[in-house]
Design a protein around this ligand. Structure first.
Ligand code: CP
Ligand code: NVA
Length: 308
């Protein structure tokens, strides 16, 4: 069963095939209307369930459009409106949905929910974000880097701010795609050891650097994300803003990166908190290509999961 649960659980050769396939599918659409199907419709007669237990704009729309471009159909389900939100177990939900649909994509809170879904589903399951990781986002980010600057292997990626779920998937990707990764942020918001250990074990150079200006020196790619994630308590907001303000990505910080460096943010952003509008709309920024590439990268993930 080809579940796409995390980047570190997926074979590097398969990850490479997905990136190349995503780039090829993007090129093949060549300016067509966005709702029109691809020439090739491998998901014809397939049904995909998209379950959301948290809000989403990009994941929801890009998966929905992507499945349709591949010729398939979707049903978008809110966890709250399902029996899942009223005490039915994840395992039973997985068994039932597997009788109706060909693939399940789920955005949820606990990593354990995703794993339980995958364990009991008899169709592939895709991780559309948990509190711990966000692998679809980072596949789009790797694709975006390579589309602008060529192979990501050996490059220096610097993460500024909270060592959150998106940061964790970047560490997995550092190990699998072979790039170096520097984290800069306060100690209390460091990425979990298990994510750092994975990248290091795979031979990636991982650096923790408290000074953001030193960290960004010579970066090929600078990345940040919201300071408060969907699963973080609202009460954490003020403290986090105070802790993270020195790690804001602004023009002064970007000037320490390589002149041809790129800036990424998975969005949604809080403009002028984690990154200034000058950077988000500036010459290094590829944030809207990243958002677009969710569509193409996920089409490649869907095809890989279904062996199509
Ligand atoms: N980047 C991302 O996953 O965005 P959404 O929360 O809008 O899906
Ligand atoms: N770290 C963010 C990513 C949103 C796409 C969150 O989990 O809220």
């Amino acid at each position: 069963m080809n579940h796409f649960l995390d980047i570190h659980k997926t074979d590097p050769a398969a990850l490479r095939t997905m990136i190349d396939s995503a780039l090829a599918m993007k090129a093949a659409r060549n300016g067509r209307p966005k709702g029109s199907p691809d020439d090739d419709r491998p998901l014809k007669d397939r049904m995909v369930a998209l379950i959301f237990e948290k809000p989403s704009t990009r994941t929801r729309v890009s998966f929905d459009v992507g499945v349709r471009q591949l010729g398939g159909q979707t049903m978008v389900l809110s966890g709250k409106e399902m029996q899942l939100g009223h005490g039915e177990t994840i395992a039973d939900t997985a068994r039932v949905l597997s009788r109706y649909v060909d693939l399940i994509m789920i955005r949820t809170f606990e990593e354990a929910t995703l794993l339980e879904m995958a364990e009991h589903a008899t169709v592939p399951v895709i991780n559309g974000l948990t509190n711990r990781t966000h692998p679809c986002q980072i596949m789009a980010d790797v694709m975006t880097y390579e589309e602008h600057r060529g192979p990501i292997g050996g490059r220096k990626v610097v993460w500024c701010g909270d060592g959150n779920n998106v940061c964790a998937s970047f560490l997995h990707a550092a190990g699998q795609f072979g790039f170096d990764f520097t984290f800069t942020g306060p100690e209390t918001l460091d990425p979990e050891d298990r994510f750092v250990a994975f990248a290091r074990d795979k031979g990636s150079k991982v650096t923790i650097q408290r000074d953001p200006f030193t960290a960004v020196e010579g970066a090929d790619l600078v990345v940040t994300d919201t300071w408060v994630s969907m699963h973080d308590p609202e009460s954490a907001k003020e403290r986090r803003h105070n802790q993270l303000r020195p790690y804001q990505v602004n023009e002064m910080l970007m000037s320490r990166a390589k002149p041809d460096s790129l800036f990424m943010h998975c969005l949604p952003a809080h403009r002028n908190d984690e990154a200034t509008s000058a950077v988000m709309d500036g010459p290094h920024s590829v944030i809207f290509d990243e958002a677009e590439n969710r569509l193409h990268a996920q089409k490649a993930i869907l095809r890989w999961c279904l062996g199509l």
